[in-house]
Write a protein that binds this ligand. Structure first.
Ligand code: NAP
Length: 627
């Protein structure tokens, strides 16, 4: 069978090939040329990427160099086509490493190579799937978002029976619920998709919500998962009954299963602050967007401006009569010129037909955000008292981000004072933009208010400076209950232990997945697994489910497994110690959803992706009490 990533054979005409190459990533094309021609000397020539930055997919190559590559590529592609598009010969490890280094203009350390090769599947093998074995284990999966769907597919492949319970009427989780205008992903889509289900059809580099939801729907259909899903049904509780879980549904039914996988995510339950007073117009949280309400010509107040508000405000501003943005804390952001860009038809052609183009493109988007951000997030103790930066790298970052923000604001001193954050960059979730946010703020019908919310009144919101903002529609862009994972589920383990009560606002799980006292209960995207320094949650989820499926196979013929208390406690202490060395723990930012009331971080992973990948490849069964 042909390697699925070798591209579909084609008969595209010479002229059409030349047109297609106009919008492709030239550094990525160069590697595909190596595959097609077998000519490694391409890697030694002067035509090569000159530098690396997240989402800069042309490697800062000059127009002349890009044109020269296209001219060479047309000849190689024509020859490849005329030879009938044969599957390229496999490439050996030394050459692969050289190709990696070529594309990202730096050596890729040995420890990353196997992880990246697995992610790219250049050999056409999906090594993250766990081989099927007969087992007495069955599972209830809670949630059919990105990780629940992944769990379903992997369980199916491993021959493990499962039922998914999903509270919504369809698949997608976050990408089902967050239908507010402008919702899109901010991790490049050719990476933000399952490694084993790449997609060549994305119409934008950072797809909008309907396209993302359609992707998950397509994957669900392809893997025939829906037959095992209870849609529009909510799990309210799960109780360990000695040898199985009793999973209680809002219909009153109880499902019984040997194991449970929670895939409810960290960003699922909306947070709306408890503000006194009554507002008598329409109001809703962004993740519960009321599509019956037409904001055209209305006065809208948007409370909160994090990742969501940054997308929403520029989208609705041209439509509304007036938009008031009430933002308590300014946000750091960095430039992403491609953020709203369409994927040209040439790119889609290359993804479909040019051998391994899509795989190398995935690597090109993944690598710049792979662990580099973590080192940049480290606090240098000699900067401890500095309220604006935490290290030299952080200072450099501050300068770069500030320059970019200021360059867009021009002479508007008042706006500048409002939009340049005072706290260290990357301490809160860093946003990205193509200029749309600041352009929006300079519109005549948009006002940025840097304050909190004091109270609601009939037809108005009063901010903490006492100013009254009239509104027909009030939108809460105030985020999610991140520090209360699994809310509002009641998970009762051995001896009646209540997981959320035990956690309080210090949730913890061994490797983010299991907790002592809660046998056969696994979490995806659990405590300590959110990513603030790069990567993609899909990558993390793929690591987690491989580990969980192997645990489930180890459970065959046994009653229960749970992590050893000492292992769990040591892990938790290590995570907390590590998190304290990173910028997200800095006390120099007043409000930060990464931190709990005590200022401690529990939602994030402080670990390199390569470490998490290594630790989760195969469970060490001696970490568990197995009965
Ligand atoms: P968020 O980042 O938590 O932002 C919430 C906003 O509400 C902040 O401006 C916050 O102010 C404000 N706020 C919270 N409580 C408030 C209060 N009592 N009074 C006044 N303001 C208050 O939430 P989000 O924007 O929904 O994003 C949440 C997460 O979802 C993101 O971090 C990201 O992981 C994900 N997300 C991703 C994308 C994407 O991929 N493109 C898009 C949207 C969301 P402070 O900053 O002062 O706390």
């Amino acid at each position: 069978m042909r390697n699925p990533h070798a591209g579909e054979p084609f008969t595209t005409s010479d002229d059409e090939i030349a047109v297609a190459l106009e919008d492709v990533s030239i550094p990525t094309l160069l590697l595909s040329m190596v595959h097609m021609s077998g000519d490694e000397r391409i890697l030694d020539g002067p035509l090569r990427p000159q530098g690396l930055f997240l989402n800069e997919v042309q490697g800062y190559m000059s127009e002349e160099d890009k044109a020269a590559v296209r001219a060479q590529a047309v000849e190689i592609i024509k020859d490849y086509r005329d030879r009938g598009c044969p599957e390229p010969a496999p490439v050996g490890p030394a050459l692969l490493k050289k190709m990696m280094a070529f594309l990202v203009c730096q050596e890729v350390p040995d420890e990353y190579v196997p992880m990246m090769l697995e992610e790219m599947e250049l050999d056409g093998r999906d090594d993250r799937a766990v081989e099927a074995r007969s087992t007495d284990v069955d599972v209830v999966v809670i949630g059919l978002g990105m990780s629940g769907l992944l769990a379903a597919i992997r369980l199916q492949e491993a021959g493990i029976g499962y039922t998914v319970v999903e509270k919504n009427a369809g698949v997608g989780g976050t990408w089902w619920e967050n239908s507010y205008p402008g919702a899109r992903v901010d991790v490049g889509n050719h990476f933000y998709c399952y490694s084993f289900e790449p997609s060549d059809h994305w119409t934008e580099f950072f797809a909008q919500q309907p396209e993302l939801q359609a992707y998950f729907q397509g994957v669900m259909d392809k893997h025939d998962v829906a037959k095992n899903v209870r849609f529009s049904t909510e799990v309210t509780a799960a109780t360990w009954a000695g040898d199985r879980w009793d999973v209680v549904l809002d219909t009153g039914e109880v499902l019984r299963a040997k194991a449970v996988i929670s895939a409810v995510g960290q960003l699922n339950r909306p947070y709306v602050p408890d503000v006194p007073g009554d507002f008598d117009g329409s109001q809703f949280h962004t993740s519960r967007w009321d599509h019956e309400v037409d904001v055209t010509g209305k006065r809208v107040v948007m409370v909160g401006a994090g990742a969501t508000g940054f997308q929403l405000a520029p989208t609705i501003a041209p439509q509304v009569e007036h938009l008031t943005v009430i933002q308590r804390t300014a946000q750091w952001m960095f430039p992403n010129p491609n953020y709203h860009e369409q994927v040209g038809p040439g790119v889609r052609w290359a993804l479909r037909h040019l051998p391994f183009y899509g795989r190398w493109y995935r690597f090109l988007i993944f690598w710049p955000g792979c662990d580099t951000g973590l080192e940049a997030a480290r606090i240098d103790p000699s900067f401890a008292d500095n309220p604006t930066v935490v290290s030299e790298v952080n200072e450099f970052t501050r300068q770069m981000f500030t320059d970019w923000i200021v360059s867009q604001v021009g002479d508007d001193e008042e706006l500048r004072a409002k939009v340049v954050p005072s706290y260290p960059p990357t301490a809160k979730r860093t946003l990205q933009d193509n200029g749309s946010w600041l352009t929006c703020l300079t519109r005549d019908n948009v006002e940025l208010v840097r304050a909190g919310v004091d109270r609601l009144e009939s037809g108005a919101v009063v901010d903490t400076d006492g100013n009254r903002h009239e509104a027909d529609v009030l939108v809460w862009a105030t985020g999610f209950r991140v520090n209360e994972p699994l809310f509002p589920l009641t998970i009762t383990g051995r001896d009646g232990r209540d997981l959320r009560a035990e956690w309080g606002d210090r949730p913890a799980a061994y490797l983010g997945m299991t907790s002592p006292g809660f046998p056969n209960f696994f979490m995806m995207y659990g405590p300590g697994t959110n990513l603030a320094s790069g990567g993609s949650l899909i990558f993390h989820s793929e690591c987690e489910i491989r580990y969980i499926v192997q645990c489930l196979q180890a459970l065959d013929g046994r009653t229960s497994m749970e992590p050893r208390q000492d292992k769990h406690d040591e892990w938790y202490a290590r995570c907390q110690a590590e998190l304290k060395t990173l910028v997200w723990s800095t006390p120099h930012v007043e409000h930060n959803f990464y931190r709990n009331a005590d200022g401690d971080v529990h939602c994030l992973s402080p670990w390199r992706l390569v470490d998490f990948w290594t630790w989760t490849r195969t469970p060490d069964l001696s970490d568990f009490v197995i009965q």
